[in-house]
Design a protein around this ligand. Structure first.
Ligand code: NAD
Length: 380
């Protein structure tokens, strides 16, 4: 039986520390109709050397895998130079940040590649095991708290000693989705007092269940949640009112972790410069929305800056700072997607009638097929 040649590139050159397949998940794949080609040193930054892949039956190859594979799995968007090496009719899957990479999507379509991006995965029960946004956001929420604790000039827990009592740090989490809930749970484990706010009132109970107080704001927003469970984008007036209302909570906090996002849109600006100026010197803001521009007006994406004596961390691709675990869960997400893509005879199967495949497919048969992207490319 023919096997689906699946290539795992080394993306360290692009600054990516994660790898799209780890040996444990690769071992399970070996039992299916998949032949795994792993570029040399692809897993090294995540803690997996070439021998670890050889031991589970994968072949370690050079970067020629781009041109020979039926399927390429990536941890980060590839370059256009890599895409033009791909065979027409081959497939590519991963987190491709399609809204920010329109030229790449056009190149994939021109090349005749069937490209799939997990950002568009529908949030249905069957797709949960493939949900890479959630698996990575979970780790980002944890790491945000660790980064904040490291930079904060106070410790998180209550400490009663002969030398006096230290009050627990006040942590405020804005946006209580996957990353926000993990940030709350992690900050609580470190002993902080945590408050959280989200525009979707539906999350109040989840916030309380992980030990935080839900901040109620006198801001009625009808239909704040879409049918898919995401937040809607607020009008500039609503965002302005929100900024004014969260300012007191920001000013009273030692640490603010912001995760507020609306898929495909710039991050809502929820923290004004004036609110930062009101924080205590030595406080910290970790802006997990930095990739989409940031939730704080003073965030500089990709940088850590100190403004008004407050450290503002605009780190991007946070999950990649814990590359071993991030790759482990990401590889499982992709392995679960692969199961839908291998036909019984080992060939590549792109079933556009499958709800999951139809949702994640960006281009297929030489065309951009995703409606949102088609629109964006037309108006670019
Ligand atoms: P996200 O990363 O898109 O956004 C993070 C959070 O920011 C969300 O909770 C959102 O409501 C909030 N937000 C957006 N604009 C805001 C604003 N102006 N002010 C305050 N908060 C704002 O979201 P996410 O973490 O991917 O998750 C969204 C929801 O989907 C969550 O409830 C999550 O539990 C759910 N989910 C469901 C599934 C499933 O398969 N059923 C899978 C994953 C997540």
């Amino acid at each position: 039986m023919a096997k689906l040649k699946t290539f795992i590139p080394n993306q360290a050159g692009a600054g990516e520390l994660r790898v799209a397949m780890v040996p444990l998940a690769a071992k399970r794949l070996a039992a299916t109709g998949i032949e795994l080609l792993v570029e040399s040193r692809a897993g090294l930054a995540a803690g997996y050397d070439d021998d670890a892949y050889r031991n589970v039956g994968a072949q370690v190859v050079g970067n020629d895998g781009w041109g020979t594979a039926d399927m390429v799995l990536v941890a980060a968007p590839p370059s256009i130079e890599q895409v033009v090496q791909m065979r027409g009719g081959a497939a590519l899957a991963g987190l491709l940040a399609p809204h920010r990479n329109l030229q790449l999507i056009e190149a994939l379509a021109r090349q005749g590649v069937s490209a799939m991006s997990l950002e568009y995965l529908p949030r249905i029960t069957r797709a949960q095991a493939m949900d890479a946004l959630s698996s990575q956001a979970n780790l980002a929420g944890y790491k945000a708290v660790i980064l904040a604790a490291e930079r904060c000039t106070k410790i998180f827990p209550l400490l009663m000693t002969a030398a006096g009592t230290l009050r627990p740090a006040e942590v405020f989490v804005i946006g209580a989705g996957v990353a926000g809930l993990q940030a709350i749970a992690t900050a609580r484990r470190l002993g902080a007092v945590v408050r959280a706010y989200d525009v979707r009132p539906a999350v109040k109970e989840q916030v309380q269940s992980v030990g935080a107080k839900f901040l109620e704001l006198p801001l009625e927003i009808a239909g704040a949640q879409t049918a898919g469970g995401y937040a809607r984008e607020l009008t500039p007036e609503q965002q302005g009112r929100q900024r004014a209302l969260v300012a007191d909570a920001v000013a009273a906090s030692d640490v603010v972790i912001t995760t507020a996002a609306v898929p495909g849109k710039p991050a809502p600006k929820l923290i004004a410069a004036e609110a930062v100026a009101r924080m205590q010197p030595g406080s910290v803001i970790v802006d997990l929305a930095a990739e989409a521009g940031g939730n704080c007006q003073l965030t500089e994406p990709g940088q850590t800056v100190v403004k008004h004596s407050v450290t503002i961390i605009g780190i991007m691709n946070v999950a990649a700072t814990v590359p071993s675990h991030a790759s482990q869960v990401y590889a499982n997400n992709l392995a679960n997607l692969l199961k839908l893509l291998v036909a019984a005879d080992g060939s590549l199967k792109i079933d556009t009638t499958d709800e999951v495949i139809a949702a994640v497919l960006l281009c297929h048969g030489g065309q951009i097929v995703h409606p949102t992207l088609k629109e964006l490319v037309t108006h670019a």
